[in-house]
Design a protein around this ligand. Structure first.
Ligand code: PMP
Length: 423
């Protein structure tokens, strides 16, 4: 990670002067990127980087369909949702066609944090209660309320009195009966919120458990926990900011588990880089909230975002990218498993579609330091990935859905070379 000294890099000095302590940069020598195409980015020296980190440009960087749609609409009209613009409704209809039919109301906003913030408020008004259950290392956003439901954002520990955490659904924690164990933990946390006087308003999870270290299997294990949430009178909020839009080999992460969430939130890949997010729910849940609070989002539901979002949904379909993601993900996972069979430092390969986690160290001795060394080694090979998990022990892989077999081979070779040179 970057240490905070600008050294002889003038742009880095400017970045530090401009962003101050909030500057967060990758690598000990942060990279200046100038362009992107497909799965690749190019830096100021002309060197290219394979982007296995970024699940925002899911169709690939600067996908032509999105670029053209945005260019066309921004040259035509860009206003707020107090006026009708047909493309906004066309977009919401295209989005709804991919969702369970009862989630027929859409509130568009600009970031996943806003989408989740509204989801919390909907659940609070609907249930008349304020307590939420989340997983131990979850991340759901940066507003005051979404920070409360993001234990991973608390650098000095602590947390919010109205939040209870449960360990992520990891067989290493819950043992054989993952579904039952996780559901029991959720039920106990909900009961504790009830006993504490906050009451249980609901549970929010990201069904791939991205910050918790990627926990995807077995498919369907979350069904029991969904039952526990509903039995305790809470709403289930599916945070699809990470798993949504085809990333796990199906359109929505909750589909893999056969869930029927009360609220779905989306962001990140929704506009392939154009900022946009959404909160989808049943009309009665939204109506009750609107009886109590006004809700207006200046930039939410703007027609340029709608144009970007429509291009994403249409391209997923026209290019067959969800099936491509499932196939590419299976190939990548098999190659990583083959690598794991040769290298005992790889404890597990987990995930679904093109959202994979590779844990390093032993099951009982997670090795965050090794992950950091591998991240740096891959960085030197100009291959970009991230880390996740409670101890930062998991390599987090989220390449674009258009990934080619040659790019998979390039990545696996770079990882094998990096592991070989890392003691
Ligand atoms: N939910 C999840 C699961 C996320 O990973 C993130 C962002 N990392 C958010 C919500 C917040 O999204 P945003 O940064 O767009 O506010």
């Amino acid at each position: 990670a970057f240490s905070g000294e600008a050294g002889d890099d003038p742009l880095l000095a400017r970045r530090l002067a401009n962003m101050g302590a909030a500057a967060v940069l990758f690598y000990d020598k942060p990279v200046e990127m100038v362009s992107g195409q497909g799965a690749w980015m190019t830096d100021r020296s002309g060197a290219t980087y394979l982007d296995f980190y970024n699940n925002v440009p899911s169709l690939g960087h600067c996908h032509g369909a999105v670029v053209e749609a945005v260019r066309d609409q921004i040259g035509r009209l860009n206003i707020n949702s107090r006026y009708m613009v047909e493309i906004v409704d066309r977009y919401m209809e295209a989005l709804k066609a991919t969702l369970p039919s009862d989630l027929s109301n859409v509130v568009l906003s600009c970031t996943g944090s806003e989408a989740n913030d509204l989801a919390l408020r909907l659940a609070e008004v609907w249930t008349g209660r304020r307590g939420f259950v989340v997983t131990q290392t979850a991340y759901h956003g940066n507003t005051a309320a979404t920070t409360e439901i993001s234990p991973s954002a608390y650098k000095k520990g602590g947390g919010s009195p109205r939040i209870r955490t449960v360990p992520a659904p990891d067989p290493a924690v819950y043992g054989e009966d993952l579904a039952g164990g996780f559901a029991k933990a959720v039920a106990e946390a909900a009961a504790d919120l009830e006993a504490s006087g906050h009451g249980f308003a609901g549970m929010i999870w990201d069904s791939i458990f991205s910050s918790d270290g990627v926990h995807a299997d077995p498919q369907g294990f979350l069904k029991a926990a969904e039952g526990a949430v509903h039995a305790a009178g809470g709403l289930l909020i599916a945070d699809e900011v990470q798993p949504g839009f085809g990333r796990t080999g199906v359109m929505w992460g909750f589909e893999r588990h056969g869930l029927a969430p009360d609220i779905v939130t989306t962001g990140k890949p929704m506009g392939n880089g154009f900022p946009m997010a959404g909160t989808m729910t049943r009309p009665e849940i939204l109506s009750r909230f609107v009886e109590e609070f006004g809700y207006f989002n200046t930039f939410g539901a703007n027609p340029v975002a709608a144009a970007a979002g429509l291009a994403v949904v249409e391209t997923l379909r026209s290019e067959g990218l969800i099936a491509r993601c499932a196939a590419a993900g299976a190939t990548l996972k098999a190659e990583l498993e083959a690598l794991a069979a040769r290298d005992p430092r790889i404890a597990a390969v987990r995930g679904a579609g093109l959202f994979l986690g590779v844990s390093l160290g032993r099951e009982d001795a997670p090795d965050g330091a090794l992950v950091r060394a591998v991240l740096a080694g891959l960085g030197r090979r100009r291959v970009l990935i991230g880390a996740a998990g409670r101890y930062g022990e998991t390599l987090k892989l989220r390449p674009p859905l258009i990934l080619s077999d040659a790019e998979i081979d390039h990545f696996v070779q770079a990882l094998a070379d990096t592991l070989a040179e890392t003691p």
